[in-house]
Design a binder for this molecule. Structure first.
Ligand SMILES: [Fe+2]
Ligand SMILES: [Fe+2]
Length: 293
């Protein structure tokens, strides 16, 4: 049996953020207003306590590998990333990480490579042409395949993402050359909303259909993601020929949960563990089975 934990959207921030003058003229100002004026900071005010408990729990339950599907930060500052990486104990525990749209809050934040530098221990794996994305990690019998679905965007209202043509081409080659074993794709952006509908254009994956097509041809049988803060599972989403799991936010008040996956060969059991604030423990929520063939 292999045991994985899938967590996402922890949205940690840090005490001393490195604001620059340019930030008052880009997307970061809107993200800050959302954080400080529109209640986001309130919803995440217990993040550090929850993530601390969560990491203790993962050790107790002998989780072998962690899948983190993005949004480590609130505003995409390097100081927030370093703090998140510390809380996630990335130097001590093995894992896989992809960035979220908040980690690529602005075009410069995406270009600096801060996320990739800070999360390098969770970005080890097989790659194509030396490019950072995609990459694949062997865990038990399966392959976890990380795709970066985020782009630094210019406008405040643009929360969309894309894998891009070149990454999709590399993904096709990577999936073609991986040794046998079930393939599990990991992105930040969803395939479908919990209702089964598509994300709207300014919030969704701009090349969703193309990416699903590459994944299908490469025998992907499960897609894990975050971005949406309430967890859900779609065994037969309308926009993909394989099941999808949204981890939801591990730290947002009320939504706080993560998934534990145990699998052997192609049989996977998923168990959602939900946080109980009063007791400061995670408790079993719903469970379901997925066949990875
Ligand atoms: Fe998020
Ligand atoms: Fe997100």
């Amino acid at each position: 049996m292999t045991r994985l934990a899938h967590l996402s959207d922890i949205h940690l921030t840090a005490p001393n953020l490195e604001w620059t003058r340019a930030d008052w003229f880009n997307k970061r100002l809107a993200a800050w207003a959302n954080l400080r004026l529109l209640g986001r900071a309130k919803r995440f005010r217990h993040s550090e306590r929850v993530i601390d408990r969560l990491m203790g729990e993962l050790r107790q339950r002998s989780v072998e590998h962690i899948v983190f599907s993005g949004d480590a930060t609130a505003l995409g500052f390097a100081s927030e990333m370093r703090r998140a990486a510390e809380f996630l104990q990335i130097a001590e525990l093995p894992g896989l990480a992809v960035p979220g749209n908040h980690d690529y809050c602005t075009i410069p934040a995406a270009r600096t490579g801060d996320f990739e530098r800070v999360f390098a221990p969770w970005q080890q794996g097989r790659r194509v042409d030396g490019a950072i994305y995609p990459f694949a990690q062997r865990v038990g019998d399966a392959w976890l395949v990380a795709v970066n679905s985020c782009t630094g965007n210019r406008w405040a209202w643009d929360a969309s993402g894309a894998a891009g043509l070149e990454q999709r081409q590399r993904l096709a080659r990577l999936l073609e050359t991986l040794p046998p074993g079930p393939r599990i794709l990991v992105t930040h952006f969803p395939v479908s909303l919990a209702s089964g509908k598509k994300e709207r254009g300014y919030r969704g994956l701009r090349d969703l259909a193309e990416l699903v097509d590459v994944a299908q041809r490469g025998n992907v049988t499960l897609w894990l993601h975050g971005h949406r803060h309430r967890a859900y599972y779609l065994p037969q989403p309308p926009h993909a020929p394989f099941p999808v799991v949204c981890a939801g936010s591990a730290t947002q008040i009320g939504a706080w949960s993560y998934y534990e996956y145990t699998f052997k060969d192609a049989a996977l059991t998923a168990l959602r563990r939900h946080y109980n604030f009063d007791k400061n423990v995670f408790e079993d929520a719903e469970s379901f089975q997925i066949q990875l063939t």
